[in-house]
Design a binder for this molecule. Structure first.
Ligand SMILES: NC(=O)C1=CN([C@@H]2O[C@H](COP(=O)(O)OP(=O)(O)OC[C@H]3O[C@@H](n4cnc5c(N)ncnc54)[C@H](O)[C@@H]3O)[C@@H](O)[C@H]2O)C=CC1
Ligand SMILES: O=C([O-])CC(=O)C(=O)O
Length: 335
């Protein structure tokens, strides 16, 4: 494993980045034995504020933080990077769905896909956070054809963590006792949070979540809608979208991708579908359960899908197909 990493964070003057950068720079994500060069990209207008973020990072006096580069220059930002954490994008406001952001944000991911193609290492690992995350990720991957599609992922770990926390709260157990929830599909209100294969530790035993919860009406109803609508609930309360929990989820996603998932556990990531798993159409970024080791991620295959799940998984795929149509129209109309 390399002992030096170049990590790009876009939207670096924004609110998610403010909660994220310390953890990356402190070694909580890539380990304490790795020195990190942080590249912070934001638009020109935000450079003064970004300068303040740099001052604060310096003042943290972190031993692993080798270098900080703050820039609005895309070529400088993307050159030779190992990780691209693409956060920079417009957030939604109350009353919007995440797909309403596609028009505003698609051009960012087109430009950054091209920058990945032209300047990044071919082994770069890309995490798209900016919404609509799945379709922005597909745009970036489409614009970077020489980089393996497997290297493009989007963040659904926040939804995964939300699902886990809902179950843990309901059962009054630690979140660490709940394993193997799944988020299927789009990071949107059509996502399907699935606990049919999840377990909860009771004493020394891992028991199926549905057997321990003993309330299928809740599991098929309020549990699902709470997770689906959690982002909107946070916006309604804060008048700003989630940032602390989003940053934590980004760290979880990156750490698992870098070091692997714990033995016996999977996680949820938005990944490229080649059409071979769970009836998900080809050429979508769709959230699925994955296990990760030193060879990369593998989709957890062979889980039984019941009729009710099938309907939910297809509904979220259909929404992604609609978003893809809009995105491809945008790509073909713009140069
Ligand atoms: N996938 C997920 O689970 C989540 C996704 N999000 C999304 O993350 C995105 C960022 O959210 P916040 O940090 O709260 O927004 P924010 O508005 O606080 O920060 C966004 C930053 O991106 C910058 N930016 C805009 N265009 C850029 C470009 N072309 N290159 C580099 N930087 C650029 C802005 O200047 C701003 O500083 C939003 O789209 C939000 O909806 C938020 C929470 C969870
Ligand atoms: O809801 C939003 O717009 C922000 C987000 O993606 C989330 O909190 O999951």
């Amino acid at each position: 494993m390399t002992d030096q990493l170049k990590v790009l964070v876009t939207g670096a003057a924004g609110q998610i980045a403010y909660s994220l950068l310390y953890s990356i720079a402190n070694g909580d994500v890539f380990g304490k034995n790795v020195s990190v060069s942080l590249i912070l990209l934001d638009i020109e207008m935000m450079q003064e504020a970004l300068g303040g973020v740099v001052l604060e990072l310096q003042d943290c006096a972190l031993p692993n933080l080798k270098k900080i580069t703050a820039t609005c220059n895309v070529q400088e930002a993307f050159t030779d990077i190992d990780y691209a954490v693409l956060v920079g994008a417009m957030p939604r406001r109350q009353g919007m769905e995440r797909k309403d952001l596609l028009k505003a944000n698609a051009k960012i991911f087109k430009e950054q896909g091209k920058a990945l193609e032209n300047y990044a290492k071919k082994s770069v690992k890309v995490l798209v956070v900016g919404n609509p995350a799945n379709t922005n990720c597909l745009i970036a991957a489409t614009c970077a054809p020489s980089i393996s599609k497997e290297n493009f992922t989007c963040l659904t770990r926040l939804d995964h963590n939300r699902a886990k926390a809902q179950i843990a709260t309901r059962l009054e157990v630690a979140t660490s006792a709940v394993r193997n929830v799944i988020i299927w599909g789009n990071h949107s209100s059509t996502q399907y949070p699935d606990v049919r294969h999840a377990t909860v530790s009771v004493g020394d035993e891992a028991k199926p979540v549905p057997l321990v919860v003993k309330d299928d009406a809740w599991l098929n109803g309020d549990f699902i809608t709470t997770v689906q609508k959690r982002g909107a609930a946070i916006i309604a309360a804060r008048k700003l979208s989630s940032a602390m929990s989003a940053a934590k989820a980004i760290c979880d996603h990156l750490r698992d991708w870098h070091f692997g998932t714990p033995k016996g556990e999977w996680t949820s990531m938005g990944i490229y579908s080649n059409g071979s798993n769970y009836g998900v159409p080809e050429n979508l970024i769709y959230s699925m359960p994955v296990k990760i080791d030193e060879n990369g991620y593998t989709i957890v295959d062979g889980l039984e899908i019941d009729d009710r799940s099938r309907v939910r998984m297809d509904a979220t795929a259909n929404e992604l197909l609609e978003e893809r149509n809009e995105a491809m129209k945008f790509l073909s109309q713009s140069d």
